[in-house]
Design a binder for this molecule. Structure first.
Ligand SMILES: Nc1ncnc2c1ncn2[C@@H]1O[C@H](COP(=O)(O)OP(=O)(O)OP(=O)(O)O)[C@@H](O)[C@H]1O
Length: 397
């Protein structure tokens, strides 16, 4: 399929989008809906626009593909001034996916997906192959769904078709306006995961409008928090916004639990794990007892012959058995270096001693994480970002 992509009418890979002092005043409106927005959306990144209802998110996004004409300012895509292009041609080069999918009800799923490739002149065979490829990409079996009508699909399935249609002509840019707003939270989570998986392969430039800050944290490489008239209150990576909201309005939008949300963005491999005394299951119990010493509450691990953690034991527990395979209690749960710190925190909180064991790809012992490590990580992230903010403030003045 890589062949197909190269010969396609569009380059496929994400390109930079630039907005320079873009404004929109609707006819008859006292105030502009969008006022002098300047932002750069880097090639291949997902940027989420979040903000309260009426802040102008949709207007800002629709000016990029000229579904709405800017009143003033400049917009370029991949260095090309969009205002100099034919709007119809422009829109065929930009994928667009909206809430409730926006599928044409009188067309089959296949016809909906094949619409843009057909418009840009792909022949029937190539379009037909592309339809199947796209449906498979979004986890819909073409044999089942291709000839159905949108009304014969669930909301989540319609949303998938919407994404397949937006991607069909392999556009470098994808605009998504609350695409998962109309589905239940579980389906939304699944669709978000699918989009992340797709994007990891496709590397499009995605502009994603949402009300939901958590969705933005999950999907966005960057988040633009917009206030009235699309004023950019903060434009940064999710972890930077969580650690250091620019002002009270942003903080209000970030909502409660910002520190906890940060834990979903960090992996166990990024923090310094600790160590506990260990002994092999065949060792004499005294080996572990000696390593643990007399420190109260100290806990060690019994490992099997392949270094996989078997049991937690204190010196007292190890000293009261003749065989380490029966010492203390079994290791119930472990996390991997790729686990999020939130996973680690959950494992820590469910463990009686407040530690989680970290195991490698073959289940071998690699270290432990405890609550202090997680707390310190949150603190240092906050300090790190407040340094950033200080420097930025210093630069600005
Ligand atoms: N076609 C239009 N004509 C006149 N005013 C409009 C039009 N479309 C939007 N507006 C106004 O422009 C402002 C921004 O609307 P927009 O839909 O861009 O906001 P939004 O942030 O996307 O809102 P929501 O989250 O509720 O969809 C609002 O005050 C809205 O009433």
């Amino acid at each position: 399929m890589a062949e197909e992509d190269k010969t396609g009418p569009t380059s496929g890979h994400g390109v930079e989008i630039k907005l320079e002092e873009v404004s929109k005043r609707y006819p008859g409106a006292k105030q502009p809906a969008v006022e002098s927005v300047t932002m750069t959306i880097p090639a291949g990144e997902t940027v989420c626009l979040v903000g309260p209802s009426g802040s102008g998110k949709t207007t800002t996004m629709r000016m990029i593909n000229r579904l709405i004409e800017p009143s003033s300012g400049k917009i370029s895509i991949g260095g090309q001034d969009v205002l100099g292009l034919d709007p119809d041609e422009l829109r065929r080069e930009i994928g667009y996916s909206i809430q409730q999918a926006g599928l044409f009800p009188h067309m089959t799923v296949g016809e909906n997906v094949g619409l843009v490739p057909g418009l840009v002149g792909w022949d029937k065979k190539r379009t037909s192959e592309r339809i199947d490829e796209m449906l498979e990409l979004v986890n819909l079996d073409p044999a089942i769904y291709r000839d159905r009508f949108p009304r014969q699909l669930s909301g989540g399935q319609q949303q998938r078709v919407g994404v397949a249609r937006a991607l069909a002509a392999n556009p470098p840019v994808l605009l998504m306006d609350e695409p998962f707003g109309a589905v239940d939270p579980i389906t939304r989570g699944v669709l978000q995961d699918e989009l992340m998986r797709l994007q990891a392969d496709l590397g499009k430039t995605i502009v994603f409008v949402t009300h939901d800050f958590d969705e933005a944290v999950k999907l966005g490489d960057r988040i633009a928090v917009l206030g009235e008239r699309s004023k950019i209150l903060q434009y940064d990576a999710p972890d930077a916004i969580l650690a250091n909201p620019a002002d009270d309005t942003v903080a209000g939008f970030v909502g409660a639990g910002a520190a906890l949300k940060q834990l979903t963005l960090r992996r166990v491999r990024e923090i310094e794990t600790g160590d506990v005394p260990t002994a092999k299951v065949g060792d004499a119990p005294s080996v572990l007892v000696e390593k643990l010493g007399t420190r109260r509450g100290a806990i060690g691990l019994v490992l099997d012959e392949r270094n996989r953690p078997l049991r937690w034991a204190t010196a007292r527990e190890a000293g009261s058995v003749s065989d380490l395979s029966r010492a203390g209690r079994p290791v119930e749960d472990s996390v991997s270096p790729a686990s999020t710190l939130q996973d680690a925190l959950e494992a820590i909180l469910t463990d009686d001693d407040g530690v989680a064991v970290v195991t490698g790809s073959r289940g071998q012992y690699e270290g432990v994480v405890d609550i202090d490590t997680v707390m310190n990580t949150i603190k240092s992230l906050q300090e790190e970002h407040s340094d950033d903010a200080d420097t930025a403030a210093g630069d600005a003045s």
